[in-house]
Design a protein around this ligand. Sequence first.
Ligand code: FMN
Length: 176
Amino acid sequence: MDELEYIFNRRSIRKFTDRKIDDALIGKLLEAAMYAPSAVNSQPWHFVVVDNRKMMDRIMEIHPYAAMFRTASHGIVVCGDEQLQHGDGYWVVDCGAATQTLLLAAQTMGIGSCWVGIHPRKERKEAFSRLLELPPHVNPFALVALGYPAETKPRPARFKPERVKRNTWNQPYFSR
Ligand SMILES: Cc1cc2nc3c(=O)[nH]c(=O)nc-3n(C[C@H](O)[C@H](O)[C@H](O)COP(=O)(O)O)c2cc1C
């Protein structure tokens, strides 16, 4: 398989089979996420693995778009540490890189995933901070739902050549 197929074929999966993901594979996914780039290599992240039914039910109560936790095997909350970040606000960017790395790593293992947004919504951040008992300097950034896919989705057309410029704004990169 062409390596880029993992990128092109990744879709948000919201229906999962009842097969649980092995702890060892969750470990591999987290290892991959921690290889994401970060400003000055500060790696200002923490990960909270959610693997029990009660917590997943609570997640569905506090998040309006997290119904995939009815069938998800695991959730991973990517969190950013203000005390470890390179400078003000960098934890957001670094956590974005870690989250996307996690999604792509899952795709290479045949594991379905969905990014469930927390940051920048204040009410979601507060609710997840409470649920996960996070210290004040640690921000919940995104929740990733994981499981073996019980749905398939086609690859949509997304490449927009007109969004690419050459050197300056008024020069298209791709000529028609
Ligand atoms: C910042 C962010 C927040 C998102 N929040 C949610 C969410 O709360 N619930 C959900 O089901 N999907 C969520 N998604 C997934 C998007 O809906 C999905 O990535 C988008 O529709 C593109 O589809 P694809 O991932 O299948 O390519 C989120 C994605 C991002 C990047």
